[in-house]
Design a protein around this ligand. Structure first.
Ligand code: TRP
Length: 446
């Protein structure tokens, strides 16, 4: 069942254009904020090793499967599965990804708000905090306050919601096409500076020389799976949606490799920057979700022209984060325009309002609600979505592609020309991927 494509114009003209768009959705706070904090909490190099293996052996087959499903069936992240198999439970496969997107929407805008606050303080003055108070103390005071964190994520949601309501995502995509390469340049320049800091040698050892004890902890593997899925954007229906616009001749494997290599490269370079600074300025690598935010101002303060670098860095990061919030809102807006059939502006207003309420506990969790819960809500939701919802959704997608889809159709849709490669791909999805994720899930939670 090949989708009939009504016009050439809803397809990506070139592989490069598609890869840029896909990298735009993959690269975001996940590469900077989340990769560094999760790696810091999970032993550094051991995590890095497991992460690379997860991306190659679980991520790439899944990414290819999502693109193949999307390209064959079309219709977006929910309908595509039902078009290929309309019986229960298979037709519900896409829903886990929607649940994951909902969880992420409940805290991602708050982190994007932190970035917006930083961008503002470098624009209006010399940056957040000061040498006297300490960057760390001023950031803790910021997230513990009542108004500012709510104001900044509210602003993030208003901007993203307006873009979704107006349906002008194309314009944003064009801007990010320019800012993304700039972002890559700034990160590479920052890495050059960071490698000259006195803590760089220890950082490189932390990142690239595994301690074997961390490799024996099941939690490291579960964290790597959750982080890989979050950062690449797997098991959330993103690539099923993207696949719907892919021309038949494009190689899914090549596109997939470009996406995971690009996403991982940015994360690793950001890791070098953040950990060089952490070891130089005396921060614990296992500092938690605020790591990047307390360490980066130190990096900028330590370099000449640091304020300009900070402006470039935080404006690109904010744009990367905004495109992610827009994509996350869009999942629910497109659902609400089908059922209950609201108009786009109305759906955007309702979804954005709901997202504001959903994210409120995350924004207040370090201050007003701080003493009510043992774990801040932001960290709790982040953990549940990456340790439970995303792995479950990954298992569901692998089983769907491996078993629900007739093997010959799936192998043809993968576009892998040699029978050897498409057979390997199919058996990875049938057995290796779901079994590995399942075992890691049981081990990591237990
Ligand atoms: N991959 C994005 C990042 O690394 C985050 C993300 C998660 C996302 N789910 C998404 C982006 C859905 C777009 C759509 O920051």
């Amino acid at each position: 069942m090949r989708r009939i494509i009504s016009s050439r114009s809803d397809q990506w003209g070139t592989t490069t254009g598609f890869i840029f768009a896909a990298l735009g959705s993959a690269i975001g706070l996940g590469n900077i904020w989340r990769f560094s904090y999760v790696m810091g909490e999970n032993g550094g190099a051991a995590f890095m090793l497991v992460y690379l293996a997860v991306v190659a052996f679980l991520g790439l087959p899944l990414l290819t499967a999502e693109l193949a499903i999307g390209r064959t069936a079309g219709g977006g992240p929910l309908a595509a599965f039902a078009r290929l198999r309309n019986d229960r439970p298979w037709r519900w496969t896409g829903w886990l990804g929607v649940v994951a997107s909902g969880c992420i929407l409940a805290y991602y805008p708050v982190i994007a708000g932190w970035v917006a606050h930083y961008l503002w303080s470098y624009t209006a003055g010399a940056g957040p905090g000061s040498a006297e108070v300490g960057f760390s103390a001023s950031f803790e005071a910021f997230i513990a306050s009542l108004g500012p964190p709510v104001f900044w994520y509210g602003l993030v949601l208003v901007i993203s919601g307006s873009v979704v309501a107006a349906g002008v995502k194309r314009g944003i995509e064009r801007v990010s096409l320019v800012l993304m390469p700039l972002f890559a340049l700034v990160i590479v320049a920052l890495a050059g500076h960071a490698l000259a800091l006195p803590g760089a040698a220890r950082a490189l050892e932390f990142l690239f020389a595994p301690t074997w004890t961390a490799l024996s902890r099941p939690a490291t593997y579960l964290a790597a799976i959750g982080q890989a899925f979050f950062s690449v954007g797997l098991a959330m229906g993103v690539f099923v949606a993207f696949g719907g616009y892919l021309p038949a001749r494009m190689s899914l494997l090549q596109a997939g490799i470009a996406i995971v290599v690009g996403d991982t490269t940015i994360a690793v370079i950001a890791g070098i920057v953040i950990f060089s600074a952490a070891f130089t300025f005396g921060f614990d690598p296992a500092h938690g979700p605020t790591l990047a935010f307390v360490v980066l101002p130190e990096v900028f303060a330590s370099m000449s022209g640091g304020r300009w670098m900070a402006l470039g860095f935080f404006s690109a990061l904010l744009l990367a984060a905004l495109t992610s919030v827009i994509a996350l809102l869009e999942v629910f807006v497109s659902l609400a325009t089908t059922w209950p059939g609201w108009s786009r502006p109305r759906a955007a207003l309702m979804v954005t309002g709901l997202a504001f309420l959903l994210a409120l506990p995350s924004a207040l969790g370090y201050g007003a609600l701080g003493h009510l819960l043992p774990t801040p809500p932001l960290e709790l939701i982040d953990q549940v979505s990456s340790d439970i919802v995303l792995p479950l959704s990954g298992i569901a997608v692998a089983l769907f592609a491996g078993w629900a889809w007739p093997a010959s159709a799936a192998m043809r849709a993968s576009g892998l020309s040699s029978p050897w490669a498409s057979g390997l791909w199919l058996w990875l999805l049938r057995i290796a991927v779901p079994l590995t994720i399942g075992l890691v899930l049981v081990g990591g939670l237990g």
